[in-house]
Design a protein around this ligand. Structure first.
Ligand code: MN
Length: 205
């Protein structure tokens, strides 16, 4: 049985960057529904695997198309939001240190350049979707975007995401309306690079 990641912060604590009503709706309704529906879809498809990464990496094993799409969409929604919410903080570390900091500089030139690249991917994702920072099987960093609740795992890249930027309208429309770029700036105000660094170190270890 998959469960939503527990938040280490309150719904109102990311104000003014992410507003309370968006947090209540996004975590309390949208993410809750993805989680419930992921569990239901797995039961219907007869899948007992308890590692969401393994489930999303082997979607092609699900023969029935409706079952496969239900697991892909709801499993993606479950996994993506767990990552998204667990990397936000009211007291974020504003820059990574150690191996991740060095890898970002070597790959993108600077943290600012990486943030600019991710912001551009997030802003240009047509319709609902995500922007990603992931680690390849060789330990390299790559950025990407995806539609709907797809992610680098369900896309079959073999890469593991360590940063997820949600650009579905439900992530920002209550406060930012059509101004997605303003929300993207706000996201980076509450993104905890300490969490991203922890995830990177776990993937490469
Ligand atoms: Mn969302």
């Amino acid at each position: 049985m998959f469960k939503q990641v527990e938040l280490s912060y309150s719904f109102d604590s990311l104000e003014p960057h992410i507003d309370t009503l968006t947090m209540e709706t996004h975590y309390g309704k949208h993410h809750a529904a993805y989680t419930t529906n992921f569990n239901k879809a797995l039961e219907k498809a007869g899948i007992t695997e308890d590692d969401a990464v393994k489930v999303l990496a082997s979607l092609s094993d699900i023969a029935d198309e409706a079952d496969r799409n239900a697991v892909r969409n709801n499993g993606g929604g479950y996994y993506n939001h767990n990552l998204y919410f667990s990397t936000l903080s009211p007291t974020p570390k504003k820059a990574p240190e150690g191996k991740l900091a060095a890898k970002i500089d070597a790959t993108f030139g600077s943290l600012e350049a990486l943030i600019e690249k991710l912001s551009s991917l997030a802003a240009t994702q047509f319709g609902s979707g995500w922007a990603w920072l992931s680690v390849t099987p060789e330990g390299d960093l790559v950025t990407s975007q995806s539609s709907n609740q797809d992610n680098p795992i369900s896309q079959g890249t073999g890469n593991i995401p360590i940063l997820a930027l949600d650009v579905w309208e439900h992530a920002y429309y209550l406060k930012y309306k059509n101004l997605r770029p303003d929300y993207i700036k706000a996201f980076f105000e509450v993104l905890d690079w300490g969490k991203v660094e922890e995830l990177y170190n776990a993937v490469i270890s």
